[in-house]
Design a protein around this ligand. Structure first.
Ligand code: IVH
Length: 708
């Protein structure tokens, strides 16, 4: 025997021993179960090929690991064994064939074996001991012979009955699995995260960690469940009651008040495989994780005949599902720009077969996520793909980190368009501010621009947008207006007729409204409602482009503060510019408009002939912003005399009156205003100051005009 084999066997035993301790004692496995299974299988194969290397202390000869010392020890009168695994159809067929051979004497040749098909719960094996129908002790599996006393903790699990429904004298040991529902696990991890505590990798570890709490009060706070699947020690009074078939046993346990999982029966290997596929297909819908199904020979007398080898029975086998977790290498972290400009780091992985498919990429969500998981390029990582869920990097394996593994930094500029990347305080996402200019955002921008509620370009579907952008023909919505029918007809799946129709609807979209246009730009936070308000308050794009946003924010704040004072005094309130448009929206507008690329697109769109009827007020502008409005002046204004103010009002088309009536639109009040102010308040006429007057003249809304 070669030295290499001896060395490998020693290495495998050491690794498996360490993994066993991590898994069973510390609840912090560093490798996925499938990796454990692989190493275990390799060791078992080497030991079988080289019998001289046999060792009773080898991990292949034991189940689990010695119990942690913190809990009392419990000796299992009936050992808690493990199950052999089947990984493919051949393994199952072989299992059935061997069982038939061993049962040859008692089973007619043409009769298939009946099996009970059960869920393989992915939790922790537990033995519950009842005496005279009362719960007295619970123990973990430990090494199969000796487990830990977790009675106090198990007592806190509500689905474990403290009294059996139909008690008999003497002992009855119920074997089953403690686990955590997926939904409970998510919620618990959320709480852990909020409390800044360690998160659990999966429901199994969470269940194990919860059960191993030394303080039962801690366990009580964790949402654990129990499912029974078999029996341990059975007292003489109980024995005659125990059903002779496994599926009946489960029903009997349920009748005693114990929770049991879904089960079915199947005859022969083909039926087992059919059941397997059905359970696999429905796996994601189960409230808890299962990592396979368990086939058990139905008849107890057959079970007894088949007996055990080493650590597992010959009458049962676990048919494992394709592993949902696997180990691979994190080759790189790329950044993708999503449709809304969000930069998403994506893990490029050494392709690995997991959850039934080959996975080469996984989203890493955002910067914080990478930091939380402490991922670096070159790390060995655990990848999970559960059901239809998108693949995920669960954790890295610390002791496999290469020296000098580089960390990840979010780029400061967009990898696609070079625009700035921003991350708002309190937000996890980093965003490219490039908007319409950013290639990655173009398609989405075009989709948004063309939608019915925006520019309403019929016939500009996703496929068309893809082709137009990918061919480089269309960079921004403005380019749409240069498309010809001939050009469009040359595209995939585009006839002359539909090309002509599309050109026609692009043409039609030139005539729109400012509100639709502003909404169509896809500015963050500017939905239809905000777009309508901007359109009505500014009247035209030029006014919006000319806005001094800092000054606007200041002005808004000043007027709002002043209005608070007015409200307490019962005075009429001054109009607030862009009322209801919060600082977040203003900021987003400012950023969008400050980006030169976006300005270029706006200009190009207008050059392309996109136009809208300017609102009433904007139309009034040439003859005066204040046309049709009557003003009354009172008190001392800060920077001009009342005559100067009157002149200003008239210059902008307004009229000035000396007395306040219901017909008065505004009272412009300075300090020491007297009876006219009182009268205005009485009649509910708007009162503004000199600054308010200036704003009316510049661009701000006139009350009552809103929505015109
Ligand atoms: S029967 C002697 N039934 O799988 C056979 N085990 O790998 C005892 N498990 O230690 C096991 N679901 O923790 C059985 N329906 C089920 C099971 C199940 C999960 C676990 C159990 C056992 C391990 C064996």
């Amino acid at each position: 025997m070669s030295e290499a084999v001896t060395r490998r066997v020693a290495e495998l035993r050491a690794t498996l021993d360490r993994l066993n301790v991590e898994y069973y004692v510390l609840d912090t496995p560093s490798l996925p179960d499938a990796e454990y299974d692989r190493l275990f299988a390799e060791l078992a194969r080497l030991e079988a090929e080289h019998p001289a290397l046999a060792d009773p202390d080898s991990p292949t000869q034991r189940v689990g690991a010695s119990p942690a010392s913190a809990f009392g020890a419990v000796r299992h009168v009936v050992p808690m064994l493990s199950l052999n695994n089947a990984f493919d159809d051949e393994d199952v067929i072989g299992f059935d064939r061997r069982a038939r051979e061993l049962l040859r004497a008692v089973l007619p040749a043409d009769e298939p074996i009946d099996y009970s098909v059960e869920m393989k719960f992915d939790g922790l094996a537990i033995s519950l001991r009842y005496e005279d129908g009362r719960f007295v002790q619970a123990a973990t599996r430990g090494d199969g012979t000796t487990g830990e006393d977790v009675t106090a903790n198990i007592r806190t699990i509500r689905s474990v009955p403290l009294r059996l429904a139909r008690p008999l004298p003497g002992p009855l040991e119920v074997r089953g699995e403690v686990l955590m529902f997926k939904r409970d696990f998510e919620r618990m991890n959320e709480r852990q995260r909020e409390a800044g505590e360690r998160e659990f990798v999966n429901p199994r570890n969470a269940a194990a960690g919860s059960l191993r709490q030394l303080d039962p009060a801690m366990t009580a706070a964790r949402p654990l469940r129990f499912f029974a699947y078999g029996l341990g020690q059975v007292g003489a009074d109980w024995a005659p009651q125990v059903p002779a078939r496994q599926s009946d046993l489960l029903g009997w346990l349920a009748g005693l008040g114990l929770p049991v999982g879904p089960r079915r029966t199947a005859s022969g290997a083909a039926a087992l495989l059919a059941a397997y596929r059905e359970v696999l297909a429905g796996r994601a819908a189960l409230p808890y994780d299962i990592d396979g199904v368990v086939y058990k020979v139905e008849r107890q007398d057959f079970q007894a005949k088949l007996g055990f080898v080493a650590r597992a029975p010959r009458y049962a086998i676990a048919h494992k599902f394709p592993a949902q977790e696997a180990l691979t290498t994190l080759l790189a972290i790329d950044v993708q720009v999503g449709r809304t400009g969000v930069l998403t780091p994506v893990a490029r992985l050494q392709p690995v077969f997991v959850g039934g498919t080959t996975v080469a990429n996984a989203t890493l969500h955002n910067e914080d996520e990478i930091r939380r998981k402490d991922l670096r390029i070159g790390d060995t990582v655990i990848v999970r793909r559960a059901g239809d869920v998108i693949p995920e990097v669960v954790a890295m394996v610390p002791d496999r980190r290469p020296p000098d593994a580089p960390g990840f930094v979010m780029p400061a500029s967009c990898p696609v368009c070079g625009s700035a990347v921003m991350r708002e305080p309190g937000e996890a996402a980093s965003r490219c501010v490039g908007g319409l200019f950013c290639a990655a955002q173009r398609k989405q921008a075009l989709r948004h621009y063309a939608q019915r509620r925006a520019l309403d370009i019929e016939g500009l579907g996703d496929r068309m947008i893809e082709q137009l952008v990918d061919s480089g023909r269309v960079h921004s919505p403005a380019d749409l207006y240069g498309l010809t029918a001939a050009e469009l007809a040359a595209l995939d799946r585009m006839g002359d007729k539909s090309a002509a129709n599309l050109v026609e609807s692009i043409e039609r979209s030139r005539h729109t409204t400012l509100a639709r246009f502003l909404f169509g730009l896809g500015i963050r936070h500017v939905g239809e409602e905000v777009a309508r308000q901007l359109a009505s308050d500014y009247g035209d794009l030029a006014a919006l482009l000319a806005e001094d946003w800092d000054a606007l924010i200041e002005r808004k704040a000043r007027i709002q503060k002043d209005n608070t004072r007015r409200r307490t005094k019962g005075e009429a309130l001054a109009p607030v510019p862009l009322e209801g448009v919060g600082p977040e929206i203003v900021d987003s507008l400012r950023r969008f408009l400050a980006e030169p690329h976006n300005r270029e697109v706006l200009e190009a769109l207008q050059r392309a002939g996109v136009h809208w009827p300017v609102t009433e007020r904007a139309l009034q502008a040439p003859e005066g912003r204040l046309a049709g409005r009557t003003f009354v002046l009172t008190g001392t204004l800060p920077t001009m005399t009342r005559d100067e103010a009157a002149e200003l009002i008239r210059a902008h088309g307004g009229s000035v009156s000396t007395s306040v009536s219901r017909k008065t639109h505004y009272v412009v009040a300075g300090t020491d205003a007297g009876s006219k102010l009182a009268r205005a308040t009485e009649l509910g006429v708007a009162v503004i100051d000199e600054d308010g007057l200036r704003r009316l003249i510049e661009s701000d809304p006139v009350p009552g005009d809103r929505g015109s």
